[in-house]
Design a binder for this molecule. Structure first.
Ligand SMILES: Nc1ncnc2c1ncn2[C@@H]1O[C@H](COP(=O)(O)OP(=O)(O)O)[C@@H](O)[C@H]1O
Ligand SMILES: [Mg+2]
Length: 381
């Protein structure tokens, strides 16, 4: 399943967003335009839905509701999120989930629901506040999404949201997890437990995934061969590969010797095969050379074809966006302005559509308008 449509109102630096989403989504915009904030809207829904999560915790983990609510919103306006889910971008909407949130006027100033609604197709199957909510307003501090007793008619939405994964791999954490003690972050977004996670995967699945990674890497890091999983004499898990170089005898290397870029790439390609729900990636181009980055988009597509996993990524990279296979409908342009950031699908902008039809890549057609210098002058600054 994919998130095929999203509407946001007063979410962080967005006053109003209404966009259709494809299987791959590229978020493009200047620094601080809200790319991470947009990804955070999906993580917020995941944090509500997941075990041990819930609305109160999802908000508290982000401070308080006024931190989430758009600073340029009118004083009393609600934070609202609506998503549509479909089997693919070509299928009709299967589910729609919408919530509006405000803060209690007095007392503990907890976040409370203004509404929570669920549709299957066009049919409204949950509409809160309902009679019970009106009897006991405490109930509005919790969504039905987070309660297994209440979400049974739309459990598929909860399962999908719970499995949303956010990845921003930090190579040093993966290599030396024990050198970074401290609280574990749920979902392991920075890859600290990546090797343990490999160890927990069944032998068959693990080697099938590693084989696919090796063949995907073949084009981009041709020196790396025989990628495999091993345990050392202490039982600790490792990745190992033969790294061919100019010396006649190629040596084996472990993950502590892989380059940062190779590790990020391996983790990314693993994640693409690991789940079926939305995968959120922050700047996957980091630490990779231009040649590799320019092949990321097609490599993602190839693995996606098997798992059908939707991928949404933020990027600043002209190399990544130079791939001519990226369509204008896959690119969201974030344009900051006085009333918050606006989001447009690249193909909906005539000037860009014309350039793309003329044969330019996204990098050539879109990046010039998100370039801060040019953007600042076009906003009269
Ligand atoms: N509630 C809010 N209202 C308005 N702006 C916000 C809010 N929360 C965060 N921001 C702003 O959003 C910007 C950061 O956006 P971010 O998603 O990190 O950008 P990017 O990932 O594109 O660099 C910052 O300038 C921050 O001040
Ligand atoms: Mg960011």
């Amino acid at each position: 399943m994919i998130v095929s449509h999203m509407i946001l109102k007063n979410w962080r630096n967005f006053q109003a967003v209404d966009v259709t989403l494809q299987e791959r989504v590229f978020l493009v915009g200047p620094n601080a335009s809200g790319k991470s904030n947009l990804l955070d809207a999906f993580r917020f829904l995941r944090d509500i839905a997941k075990d041990g999560g819930g609305l109160q915790k999802a908000v508290a983990d982000r401070g308080r509701l006024p931190k989430i609510r758009c600073l340029s919103a009118r004083r009393s306006s609600n934070v609202e999120i609506e998503i549509q889910l479909a089997e693919s971008s070509l299928e009709p909407t299967k589910w729609k989930y919408a919530i509006g949130i405000t803060q209690e006027k007095g007392g503990k100033r907890r976040p409370i629901l203004v509404y929570e609604k669920v549709w299957t197709g066009d049919k409204l199957i949950l509409e809160r506040p309902d009679e019970q909510d009106n009897h006991d307003t405490q109930r509005l501090t919790q969504t039905h999404l987070e309660q297994i007793n209440s979400n049974m008619p739309f459990r598929e939405i909860a399962v999908f949201l719970t499995s949303i994964q956010y990845m921003h791999l930090v190579p040093q954490l993966l290599r030396y997890p024990d050198s970074f003690p401290g609280q574990e972050i749920p979902g392991d977004p920075f890859g600290k437990r990546f090797l343990e996670n490999l160890a927990k995967t069944s032998d068959k699945t693990r080697s099938s995934r590693l084989n696919k990674i090796e063949s995907a890497l073949h084009d981009v890091v041709p020196q790396l061969k025989e990628l495999s999983f091993i345990k050392d004499e202490t039982g600790a898990p490792h990745l190992e590969a033969v790294y061919e170089h100019w010396r006649p005898k190629a040596g084996k290397q472990r993950e502590d010797q892989f380059s940062d870029g190779t590790l990020r790439l391996i983790a990314l390609l693993w994640s693409l095969q690991e789940g079926k729900s939305l995968l959120l990636l922050e700047e996957p181009e980091l630490s990779l050379n231009a040649g590799i980055v320019s092949k990321l988009a097609p490599v993602i597509s190839r693995l996606q074809r098997q798992t059908k996993r939707q991928v949404m990524l933020s990027t600043h990279s002209p190399d990544l966006l130079s791939d001519k296979g990226i369509g204008g409908e896959e690119v969201l342009i974030l344009k900051p302005g006085a009333e918050g950031t606006e989001i447009k699908v690249a193909s909906s902008m005539h000037e860009i559509k014309d350039l793309l039809e003329g044969g330019l890549s996204i990098a050539d057609a879109v990046l010039p308008i998100t370039n801060p210098q040019k953007a600042l002058s076009s906003w009269g600054i």
